[in-house]
Design a protein around this ligand. Structure first.
Ligand SMILES: [Cu+2]
Length: 133
């Protein structure tokens, strides 16, 4: 906080219009989750857990050779994921699949799996926070 205040004051010295404003609202972020296969821990989502805010995008990136997808298994009762509940299968390296955290994703805990590899423990969690303003 003190560092931010210092920077703000420093910018203000140069007459920037930014200097007089309060902190800008947080902008939507893209959070990358890679689908990986590696030794010795096997296949999985990396990172396994991510925390996001409404408006963010969770971007799944195929980084392995096996087909992977994202199927939500345990979500808040008020969630309405629509087609995002069962995502497409990614087959080629670098292919991506975006899950946009829109109104269908109210704050809470979202557990998902890769359908063909669930038995191997390929699962992850998205925590959707309240918008922090
Ligand atoms: Cu998989």
């Amino acid at each position: 906080m003190s560092r931010l205040a210092f920077v703000g004051a420093w910018i203000g010295c140069f007459g920037s219009p930014m200097g007089a404003q309060s902190a800008p609202p947080a902008r939507p972020s893209v959070i990358v989750v890679r689908m990986v296969e590696r030794v010795p821990y096997g296949i999985g989502f990396d990172p396994v857990r991510v925390t996001v805010q409404p408006g963010d995008t969770v971007r799944f990136v195929q980084a392995g050779r096996m087909p992977h997808n994202v199927e939500f298994r345990s979500v808040p009762a008020t969630a309405d994921l629509g087609e995002a509940r069962f995502g497409p299968t990614l087959v080629s390296v670098g292919q991506t699949y975006d899950v946009i955290i829109d109104r269908g994703f109210p704050p809470g805990k979202y557990v998902y799996v890769c359908t063909p590899h669930e038995v191997l423990g390929m699962a992850g969690i998205i925590y959707v926070q309240e918008r922090s303003r």
